[in-house]
Write a protein that binds this ligand. Structure first.
Ligand SMILES: [Zn+2]
Length: 112
């Protein structure tokens, strides 16, 4: 298994992903459309986050959306329920070779 290494623009927050995405999710909800996240949903134990990111807990409080306090890049989200089996990593923090050719899966989080 090859680890994939991602980082925010300034490099303060780094992500190590130990699985390989097979699709990339684009969600149209009120926050995802603003941060332009392109999501992969690994098990939390497949991700190592290095560095002190800042959390934004929005809406129903089901997840924390994390960003770099210096450069502002949104790097990942984590569930506030520790039993939830998935988290989200923003694939745009990784080399485009990992994700640019993946099938895009739209999620209608906005409920239009
Ligand atoms: Zn940064």
């Amino acid at each position: 298994m090859t680890d994939h290494h991602g980082a925010c623009h300034c490099g303060r927050i780094r992500l190590v992903l130990s699985d390989t995405p097979s699709e990339a999710t684009e969600c149209n909800c009120s926050v995802c459309r603003r941060v332009a996240g392109l999501w992969h949903y690994p098990a939390p134990d497949a991700v190592t986050v290095i560095g002190a990111a800042t959390a934004y807990r929005q809406g129903d409080g089901a997840l924390d959306l994390w960003h770099c306090p210096i450069c502002g890049c949104t790097t990942h989200w984590t569930p506030t329920d520790a039993a939830y089996p998935r988290m989200g990593v923003n694939l745009r923090m990784f080399d485009p070779g990992l994700w640019s050719e993946l099938p895009r899966r739209p999620v209608n989080g906005a409920g239009f």
